[in-house]
Design a protein around this ligand. Sequence first.
Ligand SMILES: NC(=O)c1ccc[n+]([C@@H]2O[C@H](COP(=O)([O-])OP(=O)(O)OC[C@H]3O[C@@H](n4cnc5c(N)ncnc54)[C@H](OP(=O)(O)O)[C@@H]3O)[C@@H](O)[C@H]2O)c1
Length: 324
Amino acid sequence: MMSAIPPPPSIPPGAPRPPAPPCAAPASAQGEAGLAGLCVGLVGCGHMGGALARGWVRAGLVAPGRLLLTARASAPALAAELGARAVGLGALLEGADVVVLAVKPQQLEGLRFPPLARAGGPLWVSALAGTTLAALARALPSPPGAPPRVARAMPNLPAQVGLGATLLCAPPEGAPGALSAGERAVVSALFGAVGLAEWLPSEELMHAGTALAGCGPAYCFIAAEALADAGVLLGLPRALAQRLAAQTLYGSGALALTAHPAALKDGVTSPGGVTIAGVRALEQRAFRAALIEAVAAAAERSVALAGARPDPSPPPPSPAPPRS
Ligand SMILES: NC(=O)c1ccc[n+]([C@@H]2O[C@H](COP(=O)([O-])OP(=O)(O)OC[C@H]3O[C@@H](n4cnc5c(N)ncnc54)[C@H](OP(=O)(O)O)[C@@H]3O)[C@@H](O)[C@H]2O)c1
C-alpha cells in the first residue's frame, strides 16, 4: 500500500512541456525509477484519467516520456501539460505495457481495439465503475488462446486532489487471467499515486466498497454543507463556515487514519461538556443508523445496476497465426 497523502504537485497547472520522445526509448535513457521503466497507456483523459495521469507524473511514478494518452479530443492538451504523448488507440496498444481504461462504462463499447500485434498483451486496469472482470475479459483483446490479464479499480473523487481511496480486485490466484505478484504491485503503485489503494479479497465486495468509498464523498459533502449551514444559523459568515466545515472533515479524516474513530471521539467528549451534548442530539436523530442505511442502500443499488447492465461487445477476433 502506498502513502495515503502523496507529495504536493511539482508541475504548475497549465504549464506546457516539450513533446516527449517515443515510449519505446529505453527507460534508462529517461532516468526513471518509478514502475521499473514500464510504459503506461491511458485510455480516457477526463476527470479520473486526468487525475491519474497528473498523480503518476507528480509522484515520479511514470516519466512523461513513458506515458501514452488516448481520448476522443482531450489527449493532446493533457499530453502538452504533462510532457506525455497523445497517440491513437492502436499505437497505445503497441507501445504500452500497462493500459489503464478511464472511459465511462457505456463508452467501452465505442473503443475499437485493433487486434494485438505483439505477443503477451498488456496488463489491463479498468477504472470503469460496475463493469465486471468477466465483462472486461470478454471485451478486451488478448493474444490467441490466452485471456487478458485485467484488474479492476474503483477510485473515488478525492483522487483528483491526490487523496483518493481506491478499491482493487483481480481474478483469484490460479484462475484464468490471474495477475502475478509483480503485476499486482504495479496496479497498487498506479492507484497509490493518487491516495490509498487497497485490494479486496473478492470482486463481490466491490459493491460494498463502492457504496462506502465510491459514494462516501457525497455523504461527506452533505455533512460539510450541513455543518456550514449550522455555522451560518449561529451567525458565522458563509465562506468562513464552509472553510471551517471542510477543514474539520479533512483534518478529522486524516486523524481517523491514525487511530480508532471511537477512541478519537471519546478523546474530545469531556464529561458534562459541550461536544457530548452535540453527540446526544446526533444519537437522538439516528445519525449512525442513517449512515449505515445510506451505505447499505447504495450497495443494493450497485448490485441491481450490475445485474441490469448489458455486456459490452467482444473485440474483433485476433488475426490467425501465419502458416508455416
Ligand atoms: N470521476 C470520478 O470521480 C470517478 C470515480 C470512480 C470511478 N470513475 C470511473 O472513471 C471512468 C471515467 O470517468 P470520468 O468521470 O473521468 O469521465 P469523463 O470525465 O467523461 O472522461 C471520459 C474520458 O473518456 C474519453 N473517451 C470517451 N470515448 C472515447 C473513445 N471512444 N476513445 C477514446 N477516449 C474516449 C473521453 O474523451 P474526451 O475527453 O476527448 O471527450 C474522456 O477523456 C468511468 O468509468 C467512471 O466509472 C470515475
